[in-house]
Write a protein that binds this ligand. Structure first.
Ligand code: UDX
Length: 439
């Protein structure tokens, strides 16, 4: 099938390469010249394991190309809308500028029988509005919704072998072509036995925000337990392990620590609350406000812990921060809890040095006043305190015996409950973590 992908950011670039892998002919379109140039050369403009290899392989087939010219999309039958829906400035709601622009760009390229497939995370009701716009301009074209659940760091795997597929179909004449095109696009994925949920447009849009809200709630639940543990001297990691053995609960997404960040969970729960308000059912999602607050409080608590460890003030203290990305295996620093903590400490007068295996350049762009270095050794040289804030494998595996002679004071705060407290303490370090006793 001939496929057009509109928006070649995180979602679109991965989707375009994966659709080629599934055997389709794909044109990726974006308005960003640097992005198109980089992708055309087989280089992803962001870090994603396996994507460069897949891009090279897909480009070599001759069935994948990237363009700045929307006219090159005209041959396609299926058009995936993969643009971003960031949070509006100073508002909880999602900014729909890019989605609206994508559809406006697409309409002149559409013809009878074409199917536009929404992938972006949008407030429920958006698809119905876009469908009306498309049907009015091109009566033989239609729109359906196929939400995406990919995780950064596993994006290729999540796209090629997803946990499930969701097809949100329009009512009326568009339903049949939409389902036919979606089934053809995903034939090989469905042949693997991937579960499929076929539903209406509104439900499909909701599935995505429901999934992300559930994940955020699970993380904030365990972080609320961590807050409680801090009051009682109990151990949140043991609680997560113990309740996680209950199959109804499960251990995944119960890692207490600095909480969630990134380009999805924080803005998605906020946009969901904003939409509930518009629909007059804001009370149904009031709990998400608390989920958000618990999450943000962990960052402040981390700074408090640093202050406690430094005897009441961090002003003038030398502090090393290990990790800048919002999670390991990513160079994404959007709403990164680690950088938020680093910046708060800098504003309180600490002398902060940050390092990260791959996110330093992106982090510097957002926080120009923080000091960044490229190695752990440089970051921790002579410091009063070390904070582990993103659990990169190489940081989790650091040897506390080898590091001790490099620091000024052997004190570590584990913001991700990722280090082995016994090992660090045995090496002579003061170890503290969120939701765990001083022991
Ligand atoms: C998320 C969803 O998982 C994905 O399905 C959706 O499509 C996009 O949003 P992503 O943002 O890539 O994906 O990150 P994810 O792996 O979900 O982690 C989100 C944040 O939660 C990270 O900051 C991570 O550190 C934090 N987290 C995760 C925890 O604090 N504790 C956990 O137990 C798990």
């Amino acid at each position: 099938m001939k496929i057009g992908v509109i928006g070649c950011g995180y979602l679109g670039a991965v989707h375009a390469a994966c659709m080629t892998k599934l055997g389709h002919d794909v044109v990726g379109y974006d308005v960003d010249e640097a992005k198109i140039e980089s992708l055309s050369a087989g280089k992803a403009p962001f870090y994603e394991p396996g994507l460069d290899e897949l891009l090279a392989e897909s480009l070599a087939t001759g069935r994948l190309s990237f363009t700045l010219d929307p006219a090159e999309l005209a041959d396609a039958t299926a058009y995936f809308v993969c643009v971003g829906t960031p949070q509006k400035r100073n508002e909880n709601a999602a900014d729909m500028t890019f989605v609206d622009a994508a559809v406006t760009t697409l309409i002149p390229q559409l013809s009878d029988g074409d199917v536009v497939i929404g992938k972006s995370t949008v407030p429920v009701g958006t698809a119905e509005r876009l469908l009306a716009q498309i049907e009015e301009a091109v009566p033989g074209a239609t729109l359906c919704w196929n939400p995406e659940f990919l995780r950064e760091g596993f994006a290729v795997e999540d796209t090629l072998t997803p946990d499930r597929l969701v097809f949100g179909l329009p009512v009326g004449d568009g339903a049949e072509p939409s389902e036919r095109v979606l089934r053809e696009v995903y034939t090989s994925v469905l042949d693997l036995g991937t579960p499929l949920v076929v539903t209406d447009l509104g439900t499909a849009q909701l599935v995505k925000v429901a999934a992300n809200s559930f994940l955020a709630t699970k993380i904030s639940f365990i972080n609320a337990m961590a807050e409680f543990c801090e009051a009682t001297g109990s151990d949140v990691v043991a609680i997560a392990d113990a309740i996680g053995f209950d199959e109804r609960i499960g251990r995944k997404f119960l890692n207490a620590g600095l909480g969630f960040g990134g380009g999805c969970l924080p803005k998605d729960i906020r946009a969901f609350m904003a939409r509930a308000g518009e629909l007059g059912v804001d009370q149904t999602l009031t709990f998400l406000r608390e989920v958000d607050s618990i999450n943000m409080r962990r960052r402040t608590r981390m700074v408090d812990l640093a202050r406690e460890e430094c005897g009441g003030s961090i002003a003038g203290r030398r502090i090393a921060v290990l990790g800048a990305s919002f999670k390991p295996n990513s160079d994404d620093v959007r709403d990164s809890p680690a950088l938020n903590v680093a910046e708060q400490m800098r504003l309180q007068g600490a002398d902060v040095t940050v390092t990260d295996p791959i996110a330093v350049e992106n982090a510097r762009g957002r926080f120009p006043d923080l000091r960044f270095v490229s190695s752990v050794e440089e970051a921790i040289a002579g410091v009063d305190l070390v904070l582990l804030l993103t659990e990169w494998k190489e940081y989790v595996e650091l040897d506390p015996d080898a590091l001790k002679p490099l620091v000024g004071q052997a004190r570590v705060l584990d913001g991700r409950n990722a280090l082995d407290p016994a090992r660090w303490r045995a090496a002579g370090w003061t170890y503290r973590a969120l939701g765990r006793s001083r022991a």
